[in-house]
Design a protein around this ligand. Structure first.
Ligand code: SAM
Ligand code: F3S
Length: 445
């Protein structure tokens, strides 16, 4: 019987990616299999996120819920990883003695040794260091689980936006060497993967070493190399920073058809005063200029962003500038949040001047506006032909299959399971609340 691991993952795509890697590492070292039933597990991992909210408190109250689980069998092991672990380190095991392992986003590959150590010494194993890129060398070879895959190409962030905890919890930007990324993608392609999403907190800061030379490969060049790997038909990346959204990357939208027509470019605010206080490193005009040029390069682009409302001192006028920017850029998708002061960040020292009710009101106004643009975008697809990569049976059931457009919209259509992993052309027939309906354009042989 394989040992069972119960894994709870909070937060972003990067965290989901890390969680999958934790499971891979433990499967390779100790034969662990993931379970959805904690009662059959002897190892519990919490992969935490501290980008927003009172993450620390959430983790301790979650841990409280696992006290009985551990008491039922003291040989059970509890590990806390991710950004809260990175920030709190040893303090976690001191405050919650049921915790046996504390590991950071950059030390998850050391989980097997930490597990052995805590089992033999009965003492907590703590390692939240940043051993740079060693993590990737120590991870097992990737195993595809469908036609799409995530590949992490860089770690950390060196931008130090005044509101953000990531540079402190994940460390400075470090890029994987180009060859390592290409080998991983080629291995995935050989297993039937057709779409790769390149991941990084700041993925367009990628500067991968190029075997034996002193040159560095940027994201635009990496995309070109990837496009040459047989089987790779679609390339996405997330999440990128506007200051490093380079001319070469804009050009890629004109010249590289395998680059998906979807761009997530977090702007945070439309007011220069707030952008300056956030230390974002660009102005509203510079941002809009890049959007104008990328739209010219790829007219059917779906444009997504991140927004923070209620940053300290944000006035009605600042917020209106954000709303104007949304109208000008026509974002059809967004992740938007009320500002949440993060301990240890410069902005946490600013007086939080915006009333909580006003923050919520601004968030609702902003989200409504984006929803309108999303509706318009999806309605605009009705009647068009779209190339979709079929991913799986539709969650709506009814014998339908589901695939994704280049613009990252989910499409359901009548078809059979043999289409999974294939690109097919469909005509969009209707736009529903969260998905599109379509019919196969031509019968697929
Ligand atoms: N690299 C990206 C960029 O260029 O901004 C962002 C990565 S960050 C981990 C993800 C998102 O979380 C940010 O874009 C921001 O909107 C949100 N975020 C980060 N810190 C936050 C805070 N203190 N309060 C509210 N939202 C926050
Ligand atoms: Fe955070 Fe700014 Fe980096 S939002 S992840 S410090 S680009």
């Amino acid at each position: 019987m394989p040992r069972k691991l119960y894994l709870i993952s909070y937060g972003c795509q990067m965290n989901d990616y890390d969680s999958a890697k934790m499971a891979d590492v433990l499967a390779a070292s100790h034969g662990y299999a993931r379970t959805q039933n904690p009662d059959e597990a002897d190892l519990l991992l919490l992969n935490t996120c501290s980008v927003r909210e009172k993450a620390q408190e959430k983790v301790f109250s979650e841990l409280g819920r696992w006290r009985e689980w551990k008491a039922a069998d003291p040989a059970r092991v509890i590990g806390v990883g991710g950004c809260v672990a990175s920030q709190e380190g040893e303090a976690i095991a001191q405050r919650a003695p049921i915790v046996d392992i504390v590991f950071g986003p950059q030390t998850l590959h050391r989980l097997p040794q930490m597990l052995d150590s805590t089992r033999s010494t009965h003492k907590p194993a703590v390692d939240v260091s940043f051993p740079e890129i060693e993590k990737f060398d120590a991870l097992p070879a990737p195993v595809a689980s469908g036609p799409t895959a995530f590949v992490s190409i860089m770690e950390g962030c060196s931008k130090y936006c005044t509101f953000c905890v990531v540079p402190y919890t994940r460390g400075a930007e470090v890029s994987r060497p180009l060859d390592d990324v290409l080998v991983e993608c080629a291995r995935l392609a050989a297993q039937g993967v057709h779409e790769i999403t390149l991941l990084g907190q700041n993925v367009n800061a990628y500067r991968g070493a190029m075997g034996g030379t002193r040159e560095r490969c940027d994201l635009a060049l990496l995309i070109d190399y990837l496009a040459q790997i047989p089987g790779i038909e679609r390339i996405r990346y997330t999440t990128s920073h506007p200051a490093e959204f380079s001319d070469a990357l804009i050009e890629a939208y004109a010249e590289q058809p395998k680059l998906a027509s979807y761009l997530h470019l977090p702007v945070q605010s439309g007011a220069d005063r707030i952008l300056g206080m956030m230390k974002r490193g660009y102005t509203r005009a510079q941002f809009l200029d890049k959007i104008r040029r990328v739209r010219a390069a790829r007219p059917d682009l779906s444009l997504s962003s991140d927004f923070i409302v209620g940053f300290p001192t944000e006035s009605d006028d600042d917020f209106m500038q954000t709303m104007d920017l949304i109208a000008e850029a026509r974002f059809d998708c967004a992740f938007s949040f009320v500002y949440s002061p993060r301990p240890g960040t410069p902005a946490a020292n600013l007086r939080d001047t915006v009333d909580a009710a006003i923050k919520e009101q601004r968030l609702a106004i902003l989200q409504n506006r984006i929803r309108q643009f999303d509706d318009e975008f999806r309605q605009g697809l009705v009647g068009t032909t779209q190339r979709i990569l079929v991913e799986r049976p539709s969650r709506r059931g009814g014998g339908q299959m589901a695939g994704r457009t280049s613009s990252n919209r989910m499409v359901n259509f009548d078809g059979d399971a043999s289409l999974v992993g294939r690109f097919i052309d469909v005509t969009i027939t209707a736009a529903m609340a969260n998905s599109l309906q379509a019919r196969l354009l031509t019968p697929v042989a």
